[in-house]
Design a protein. Structure first.
Length: 468
């Protein structure tokens, strides 16, 4: 009898320990305790399903235990910014009408992308307004010239997760009104000071070179004489300033110290909740490599243009407020795919910029999985999601000249999460283009390794995306 109880009791005991660890977090959004992190990052819904399946022979006991087990999603939800689930107004999402929104990674991915795009749009609008204000100010002055210093031009600096956390912390006592539309409205209320500018007057020396040509009447030879004249001009130097999350916390959301802490916890929990291969960062202290030059792989069914995120040409370039070397495996993988399958060569810098501007960058976490199908469609490429149970489908696609993007977990390719490109089949082995390793890209791999190490809870149709 004791032997029969063990399959149920052990998972239930672990679940209850996790519940106890986060009990104090309910209604406060407190960062998930260490004991509960694994459950959240590994996928709450998958954990429940696996528990039930493994213990299907003990159905009666499982049903009794289910009341406690199913509390975990409620507890986790209380620690997350509810706007990522669309607020509390809808049970289902148009993005996935057949699945309850709390169980739908498709719906959550869609909401996260919409949120990030909304923040980016408001920022872009304000940036345009500030630059126009600078032009208007200069037009109304008598200065001789101007210089605009805009450190946010190529990589606007914002943390979408923190904006989300601040919004939900501000609405903590009025949670029933939480929605993406309401969040956008609040952002717009304070956007007038999101970006501002400073103006400094400078005296600058300007050299003017005048050339005088004289001709010798007897020889016809020309002599050129240069005269340098130095004048002083009056210039205005404008610098664009980002007030950002701190400004919104104080001046728009009017957060108390306690709410600011809550907002930080919400932002942390959101990154943790995305979990499972969402953290696509290389270890601290990574180093760039010497430029690889133009590399093409021709040993597979399709000639592949290869890019490496650590290449010195790309590693230190911005990906949002991160850099490509540390967090840009997603954009680099799609640079490989798009440059190989379309008529356009798109390097990691350009793809990282596109990913950021369209809401697929996730601060300190890499890229939302939705980047892969979105970028493929943007460049006119067919894309189809595929699971790890469809190995033959992946092999067939590669044999037919298609490429496959995969999101990998800890193993041969990464210590956390990492996008790679499957680029062909050779002698029954899989060829890859790993954005972080030329050496791994030159090796042949067993399909079983790739299937076993692929993400188990990838969103946006993954963990494999067949493209071409």
């Amino acid at each position: 009898m004791a032997e029969n109880n063990r399959p149920v009791a052990e998972p239930l005991q672990k679940t209850m320990q996790a519940a106890q660890a986060v009990r104090g977090a309910v209604k406060t959004g407190k960062a998930i305790a260490a004991a509960a992190k694994g459950a959240a990052a590994g996928g709450v819904w998958g954990a429940i399903g696996a528990f039930a399946w493994e213990n299907r022979k003990f159905l009666t006991k499982v049903l009794i235990a289910a009341t406690a087990v199913l509390m975990i999603p409620i507890i986790i939800l209380c620690m997350l910014p509810s706007v990522i689930f669309g607020g509390f107004g809808d049970t289902y999402s148009p993005a996935d009408p057949d699945t309850p929104i709390l169980n739908s990674s498709i719906a959550v991915d869609s909401n996260l992308t919409q949120i990030s795009t909304t923040v980016s749009t408001v920022l872009s609008e304000r940036m345009t307004e500030v630059l126009q204000a600078i032009e208007d100010d200069y037009a109304n002055c008598t200065a001789d010239g101007k210089e605009i210093i805009n450190p946010h031009e190529s990589a606007p600096n914002f943390n979408a997760n923190l904006f989300v956390g601040q919004y939900c912390a501000a609405k903590n006592e009025d949670y029933t009104t939480v929605s993406i539309a309401d969040m956008e409205s609040m952002l717009r209320q304070g956007k007038d000071k999101l970006y501002s500018y400073t103006k400094k007057e400078e005296q600058r020396s300007v050299e003017t070179i005048t050339e005088t040509v004289t001709v010798d009447a007897s020889t016809g030879e020309e002599t050129v004489t240069q005269t340098v004249t130095v004048t002083t001009e009056n210039w205005f130097v404008y610098t664009v300033v980002y007030n950002g999350e701190t400004y919104f916390a104080d001046e728009v959301f009017h957060l108390t110290a306690e709410q600011k802490e809550l907002a930080d916890d919400y932002a942390y929990n959101l990154s943790l909740f995305l979990g499972d291969s969402m953290f696509q960062g290389l270890p601290d202290g990574y180093t760039s490599i010497t430029s690889l030059g133009n590399v093409r792989f021709t040993d597979g069914q399709t000639e592949v243009v290869y890019f490496n995120q650590l290449d010195e040409r790309y590693a230190n370039m911005p990906y949002g407020t991160d850099d490509i070397g540390g967090y840009g495996c997603g954009p680099t993988a799609m640079s490989i795919v798009v440059s190989s399958l379309s008529s356009e060569t798109v390097d990691p810098i350009a793809m990282a910029r596109w990913s950021y501007e369209n809401g697929y960058w996730c601060s300190k976490s890499g890229s939302y999985h939705a980047l892969i199908p979105a970028a493929a469609k943007e460049w006119g490429l067919n894309v189809e999601g595929c699971s790890a149970s469809e190995g033959q489908k992946i092999v067939d696609a590669l044999s037919n000249g298609k490429l496959v993007v995969a999101i990998m977990l800890k193993g041969h390719f990464t210590n956390s999460g990492h996008f790679i490109v499957l680029r062909g089949v050779k002698d029954g082995k899989i060829l890859v283009a790993d954005p972080a390793s030329y050496d791994r890209s030159s090796m042949e791999w067993d399909l079983s390794i790739i299937l076993n190490e692929a993400s188990k809870n990838a969103g946006a149709g993954g963990p494999f995306w067949i493209i071409g």
